[in-house]
Design a protein around this ligand. Structure first.
Ligand code: NAP
Length: 293
């Protein structure tokens, strides 16, 4: 018999994931800090809880997808958090991107109350969340991974148990190193193509199917050309992820040359007031450097 599922955090990502859990037929209770963002989910059959604690009291499998480590701590361990309502044996799955160290600490605090925890950050953008095709990288106990799998399969396509508690977050940071490196390459390529006077749409059509093809090029390249800066993933959250990457790299002594420079480029854009734009607006930093802005 399936478990009653709770979902906390109905932002760009959480909304798509929660809708897909409903579509898969799971009984769903939701909570969002800004309650109005839950209206359409409630209309589609979800129950709205008054707090994360109330949500936890009526669910046995509880997902969260909020912004940063302190936010996850607040909804799980804070004054009205999950920990105050959850029944022993319940499973909490955090789908946010937070620090590996922070995830392990949360898992330990929940375990002291006989609650299970998986860190399960995702990749695939707002498109992947809406279509249920996310990649999900999971850290934690193998038995709990098996328990979570049918629910994760409603939200994602490539679901990998990568190791112990916190390891899902470490692998997500690996993912982010690859994402921003690729986005910088897309930005440099389009800046060069534009300066050289070639047709940008034909250029993308020519190179996307070859060895240079990537998710970022296919999804964000056309947005850059159309100068459509609506976020699938905001610069502010991208910057947060790079901070987590650089902190974790410092702890293990790994040199990350390109990633640390991209961190600074995103900072330039934040200082210019563009933190709410999509992470593909990285190209604007290059345009500023090349005097084309
Ligand atoms: P978003 O659209 O900004 O949504 C953030 C959500 O977190 C909102 O529901 C917000 O509530 C809630 N929230 C933030 N701080 C909170 C707090 N202290 N207490 C309670 N609720 C809080 O962000 P998103 O793009 O969905 O990203 C969510 C997570 O997924 C982040 O960790 C992000 O790094 C990760 N992620 C995002 C993408 C992407 O492409 N967007 C891809 C992979 C992973 P309100 O509605 O009240 O503001």
């Amino acid at each position: 018999m399936s478990e009653r599922v709770g979902f906390i955090g109905l932002g760009i990502m959480g909304r798509g994931m929660a809708v897909n859990l409903l579509k898969a037929g799971f009984a769903l209770t939701v909570w969002n800090r800004t309650a109005a963002r839950a209206d359409d989910l409630v209309a589609a059959g979800a129950r709205l809880a008054a707090s994360p604690a109330e949500l936890a009291a009526e669910c046995t499998l509880i997902c969260s997808c909020v912004s940063d480590t302190p936010d996850v701590r607040e909804v799980l361990l804070g004054d009205h958090g999950v920990i105050h309502g959850a029944h022993a044996g319940s499973l909490i799955i955090d789908l946010s991107t937070i620090s590996p160290h922070g995830a392990r600490a949360i898992g330990t605090e929940l375990a002291a109350r006989d609650l299970h925890f998986l860190d399960a950050p995702v990749s695939g953008g707002s498109e992947g969340a809406a279509r249920g095709t996310l990649s999900i990288m999971v850290g934690g106990e193998p038995e709990q991974f098996t328990r979570a799998l049918p629910y994760l399969q409603a939200m994602g396509k490539t679901i990998t148990h990568v190791g112990r508690s916190g390891d899902g977050q470490t692998v997500k940071l690996v993912n982010q190193i690859l994402v921003v490196g690729t986005m910088l390459a897309v930005s440099e390529a389009l800046t060069f193509a534009k300066a050289s006077g070639v047709d940008l749409e034909k250029t993308l059509a020519a190179v996307s199917g070859g060895a240079a093809g990537s998710w970022m090029l296919a999804n964000r390249g056309p947005q850059c050309i159309a100068r459509d800066w609506r976020p699938g993933f905001t610069i502010d959250l991208q910057q947060k992820d790079l901070r987590l990457v650089l902190q974790a790299a410092d702890q293990v002594g790994a040199p990350l040359l390109a990633t640390s420079q991209i961190y600074q480029l995103y900072r330039v854009l934040q200082q210019a007031g563009l933190g709410h734009e999509g992470n593909h607006a990285l190209i604007k930093a290059l345009e500023r450097l090349s005097g084309d802005a």
